[in-house]
Design a protein around this ligand. Structure first.
Ligand code: ADP
Ligand code: MG
Length: 450
């Protein structure tokens, strides 16, 4: 099929391109292309399908122009022949000859994506940041296709999106044994499509997806910039929704912020868009205690708070911390103490880059935490409701601002440095025994650093 000189030019192009893309990309996209005809004026390439043609043009237009004949505008002169069209008839015949048994085994093999056993609703700790999305997830798992469709779950890394997705799968499967569920990452969907294109089994794949009861798709953000696949995904998606089959999608951003076609974004916004937020301190503590208990280790509440205060925006990291602690404490056969935590976890702790902290910021943050006015904190009132928060502010000022005590004290409406020192000592001592105060101080600090 290959012609002599056409082959040469094409081979030169291939050699050049090989270094420009990954091996998988090369195998999937470039290698299947054949040169059918080539002369000085143009080149005819045979491609297995339209996706490959588009891929080549989208990604390598400039390179193609340098190697192949071009028109007067500098555009590469390529004719494409699509193998699929040529083979369509043959394919049809082959397909008709596949007996039903063969077909059903290949269909079942798509069910390989296992649901993670640990990702169930029962194992998902609820708090204000995820209550809504959890109940929406339970809703669709209980009545697939009948409540929100699609359910679109978005949120940052390690906050439980995949966990919720799998929980939906478990829950629905438990309620109805014969339900057809496919839980798949976007990457797997793309690979499946690529494989089907190569094996000329796209119809089979389409048929499979269109017979599902529930499609769970993880990390749709990976569909961005994959133009060739977006359309197929969108078709699958629409066809399921039209049949009232449940679709659930997760993403790191809400639909409107994804770089996808307007059509797909609009479809994804059809149902319910729900956010998984960062769990608050109490929820993080509950997660730590739950996971520790499952591993058979006991973490005293004080320690759980200590960890939760320092690892705050990713539940996966909290788990990592527990695993580390568990290894540490079992090797030492020790009870978990603050000391062990410091030793084993310090490099995991998050220290937010320090913003420049001023007495002014501290006063504002304390004023909103304790619900008092900044001017009262600066004033002379000795009533407890005001004097106590003032002492907290002084404590924080001494802890967080490296300035002379005299200067700091004067920023509190002209107090003396011994007042400031006294306040600092008092709060420091009280924090040792007063859990609530410790948390209030911690939260005031966190607000400051935002
Ligand atoms: P994402 O997909 O959002 O990146 P994952 O679902 O993979 O996050 O969650 C990361 C880890 O944190 C998982 O092991 C999961 O079980 C756990 N996790 C997240 N949120 C919770 C929660 N609310 N309760 C219990 N475990 C959670
Ligand atoms: Mg995930």
């Amino acid at each position: 099929m290959l012609l002599k000189n056409g082959n040469n030019i094409w081979n030169e192009f291939l050699t050049f391109i090989k270094d420009k893309c990954s091996q998988a990309e090369f195998q999937n996209w470039i290698a299947p292309i054949n040169v059918v005809e080539n002369d000085e004026d143009d080149i005819t390439l045979e491609v297995p399908n339209i996706f490959v043609q588009q891929y080549l043009i989208d990604n390598y237009k400039n390179e193609l122009s340098s190697f192949l004949p071009v028109d007067k505008h500098g555009k590469p002169l390529i004719h494409f022949i699509i193998t699929e069209q040529k083979l369509e008839k043959i394919e049809k015949n082959i397909e008709n000859n596949i007996d039903e048994e063969d077909r059903s085994t290949s269909v079942e093999s798509r069910f390989n994506t296992k649901l993670n056993e640990n990702y169930t609703f029962a194992d998902f700790i609820e708090g204000p940041s995820n209550q809504f999305v959890k109940s929406a997830a339970i809703g669709v798992a209980t009545r697939p296709g009948k409540s929100y469709n699609p359910l679109f779950i978005y949120g940052g890394v390690g906050l439980g999106k995949t966990h919720l997705l799998h929980s939906i799968g478990h829950h629905a499967a438990q309620k109805k044994k014969k339900i057809r569920i496919q839980c798949i990452t976007t990457e797997q969907f793309i690979n499946d499509l690529v494989d089907s294109l190569r094996n000329k089994s796209v119809d089979q794949m389409k048929r499979f997806y269109r017979t599902l009861d529930i499609l769970l798709v993880d990390d749709i953000q990976f569909l961005q910039n994959r133009l060739n696949f977006e359309e197929e995904f969108c078709n699958t998606f629409e066809s399921l929704i039209n049949q009232h089959k449940q679709v659930v999608i997760t993403s790191d951003k809400p639909p409107s912020q994804l770089k996808l076609s307007e059509r797909l974004i609009a479809r994804m916004e059809w149902g319910l868009v729900a956010n998984v937020g960062v769990p608050d301190l109490e929820t993080r503590v509950a997660i730590i205690q739950y996971k520790a208990e499952k591993k058979g280790i006991r973490i005293p509440s004080k320690i759980a708070f200590f960890i939760a205060e320092h690892i705050f925006n990713n539940v996966r990291q909290l788990e990592g911390a527990i695993n580390r602690l568990s290894a540490y404490s079992s090797s030492l056969q020790n009870e978990i103490t603050e000391d062990i935590v410091e030793k084993s976890l310090s490099e995991m702790f998050q220290y937010v880059p320090q913003k420049k902290i001023t007495v002014e910021n501290i006063l504002k943050s304390v004023s909103s935490m304790f619900n008092v006015r900044v001017q009262d904190l600066r004033g002379d009132s000795r009533t407890k409701d005001i004097a106590f928060p003032r002492q907290v502010a002084m404590y924080l000022a001494k802890e967080l601002i490296h300035e002379s005590l005299i200067k700091l004290a004067s920023s509190f409406g002209g107090k003396t440095h011994s007042t400031l020192l006294h306040s600092w000592g008092k709060i420091r001592d009280q924090m040792k025994k007063d859990e609530l105060l410790r948390r209030q101080v911690q939260m005031t600090k966190q607000n400051l650093e935002k």
